[in-house]
Ligand binder design. Sequence first.
Ligand SMILES: *Cc1c(COP(=O)(O)O)cnc(C)c1O
Length: 361
Amino acid sequence: MNDRVYNFSAGPSMLPESVLKKAAAEILNYGGSGMSVMEMSHRSKPFEKIITEAEADLRTLMGIPDDYDVLFVQGGATLAFAMVPLNLMTGSGKADFIISGQWAEKAWKEAAKFGDAKAAASSKDAVYAFIPKTGAADFRKDADYVHITWNNTIYGTRYPEVPDTGGITLVTDMSSSILSEPVDVSKFGCIYAGAQKNIGPAGMTIIIVKKDLVGKARPDIPTYLDFKTHADSGSLYNTPPAWCIYVAGEVFKHLLELGGLDAMAAVNRRKAGKLYGYIEASGLYKAPAAPEDRSLMNAVFVTGDETLDKKFVDEAKAEGLVQLNGHRSIGGMRASIYNAMPEEGVDKLIDFMKRFEAANA
Ligand SMILES: *Cc1c(COP(=O)(O)O)cnc(C)c1O
């Protein structure tokens, strides 16, 4: 290929090469406008087309029903941790959280600043190696919502199915798995995701929220944090993250060309299946995540020897397989194999793992 590496970073992560090339070709002069999207008024005709198409293409890709708003905002998933309770924890003032990892814990602690946020279940004692099993009885009947983290980026787990909340509104952080496989949006009141894993450059958050949940925000919050501000203005209340929206829009078009999320999911299942299959068969590597909950996007594995793990990461890097170190809190290795990681990158990783195992067994 060229001098690009296979980047297994958990985020920001790889973007499709065709999208990067298109952005490069258009960087000085977008569509004959004589300027870059970065220099363009967000009220201009060309940008209006960019944001309108981006939203329409995302709606097509995810099958987002008409009674949902799609918001493009800033602040990452981290600001959404506050926006969600400020907008939705406004009925009984209670919300229940399933603590399946550090991001889930952060979402819970942020919400606890604004109301009665309860940890309804947790797998912390098992270092989040599995998704806690829950049923409707685990949640308070009058909770405004139940919050989950669909894919746990650090531990490499993801929900095998939508949990039963007994009819309570379900909210999910989908930062590290959005667009990796089809989801039934209608089962959720709100889905949010930072862009920098599967969508586009860092700097944008997508919030998909049921229309009847918009307009319930606490009155004392900053205008920007109210979902209604963005819903009423088509995400153009103030200057939006225009460049991110443009690149994300190109990623959406690229996914539609590939055949949509069913086609993307088939590739993702094949990539993850090969990698976990090899880990299971190997005598050196172990994947701590419970097999039934394993993430398609982040594969966590260890050798059981910290020195050997470090050697693995260093030697892989020398071969152009970079950012394979696990999260700083747990160490080991993590291969983030998001949508834009070519299958060839996974094949090369497995080939390296085999040679490393033979040399170090
Ligand atoms: C990366 C990540 C976050 C943090 O996102 P920011 O956009 O950096 O705020 C939150 N939740 C999950 C699941 C993540 O993977």
